[in-house]
Design a protein around this ligand. Structure first.
Ligand code: NAD
Length: 349
């Protein structure tokens, strides 16, 4: 195995890992390690070029620094990518070699699931390395999606209270784009809280399930953002709020699980200018990484998870308040707050 450090200004450590016999071509990136070792998922994707993979892992690991800081877990920002097609290239040898690379980094980076990586793949990594989370080794933690959904539910409650002055979700209308692992669990929680749902997904079976179980009204994915609702909740892939779709948004709140909901950074200000309250994605969807973090620390318990999930609402409210006080968009304020936490820790070190 060959491990070569890549000089990347502003990043703590970026390493190119290659093991040709095991079919492994990967990049492990730790953006910041002030608060603790880098923690974030591993993504398997058939990138068109090495540079494309490097850009992706840099961006993702930087976002994890912010996410982990605001989530209040003692981890820095880390992420990894394996350049391969998850449908046909994955092998146990590949993931064992990846585990060896984690060992060689000596705990500087802890991995977990991301797109293209399953719990089974992580179990293979775990067979050679202890620097893995998100697999619920002792029947605790495991698949983060249900926790993520609970955190988003709490976040929607906080946004509805702040923007609409309503203390309950009863009768609040929510349009969920993407009823997958997180979106479906969120739909259940919202339904149980008395919300009225509109759902959209390219998977017709998932839509049918939400219609039957929660009395949701189905809508075409392209129309989900235009639905006449109080909350638009993107829970599919990233980029659903963009230059084109924002013109159709009528909901006063955007609050959902999807990573990178805003296709471009200027959408943050565009939402503010339109009078829309945006719950920054990495703050509202943090319960998954909190579960992974607690599992790695050996401190996972249902009680501790509930306590931390309940803290997501107040954390968002403090972001909303500061954004209003400063006349700035919520996403930029969240970034500032995360950077302040990291800077304070650097000063204290
Ligand atoms: P998932 O794959 O289980 O669900 C995604 C759903 O979106 C699927 O039902 C899919 O059919 C649907 N979808 C995909 N493209 C679509 C499109 N163009 N239009 C409409 N529907 C579409 O994934 P998930 O685990 O539920 O994650 C959802 C989002 O939340 C992702 O952006 C993910 O990065 C983010 N997220 C997930 C977690 C977690 O714990 N799983 C944590 C943080 C963030």
């Amino acid at each position: 195995m060959e491990m070569r450090e890549l000089p990347v200004e502003g990043w703590h450590k970026v390493v190119h890992v290659r093991d040709l016999r095991a079919g492994l071509d990967a990049i492990i990136s730790v953006h910041d390690a002030t608060l603790g070792p880098g923690c974030g998922g591993c993504r398997v994707r058939p990138y068109r070029s090495f540079d494309e993979a490097l850009e992706d892992v840099k961006k993702l690991s930087r976002a994890m620094s912010f996410k982990n800081a605001l989530a209040g877990i003692p981890f820095g920002g880390g992420k990894s990518v394996i350049i391969a097609d998850p449908r046909k290239d994955k092998t146990p040898e590949m993931f064992r070699a990846f585990g060896e690379a984690l060992n060689a980094l000596g705990g500087l980076y802890y991995t977990a699931e991301d797109s293209g990586v399953t719990e089974h793949d992580l179990e293979v990594v775990r067979s050679v390395s202890k620097f893995v989370g998100g697999i619920g080794a002792k029947g605790e933690g495991g698949n983060p999606a249900p926790y993520t959904a609970r955190g988003v539910w709490r976040g929607i409650e906080a946004a509805v209270r702040y923007k609409l002055g309503r203390d309950s979700l009863k009768g609040v209308k929510v349009s969920i784009l993407g009823v997958g692992a997180v979106g479906m669990a969120l739909a259940r929680l919202l339904h149980e809280a008395g919300a009225r749902l509109v759902v959209a997904d390219i998977n017709e079976d998932a839509v049918a399930q939400a219609v039957t179980c929660f009395g949701a009204a189905p809508v075409a994915p392209a129309r989900a953002i235009a639905a006449d609702v109080d909350v638009f909740s993107p829970c599919a892939l990233g980029g659903s709020v963009n230059r084109h779709s924002i013109a159709h948004l009528t909901a006063p709140i955007v609050a959902g699980a999807a990573n990178n909901q805003l296709l471009t950074p200027d959408m943050d200000e565009a939402l503010r200018a339109k009078g829309v309250l945006y719950a920054p994605d990495y703050v509202i969807n943090a319960a998954g990484v909190i579960s992974v973090g607690l599992e790695i620390l050996g401190r996972w318990s249902q009680e501790e998870m509930n306590r931390r999930i309940d803290a997501i609402g107040p954390r968002l409210t403090s972001i909303f308040e500061r954004a209003d006080a400063e006349g700035r968009p919520t996403g930029a304020v969240a970034d500032d707050m995360a950077m302040e936490i990291i800077a304070d820790a650097q000063k204290a070190a």
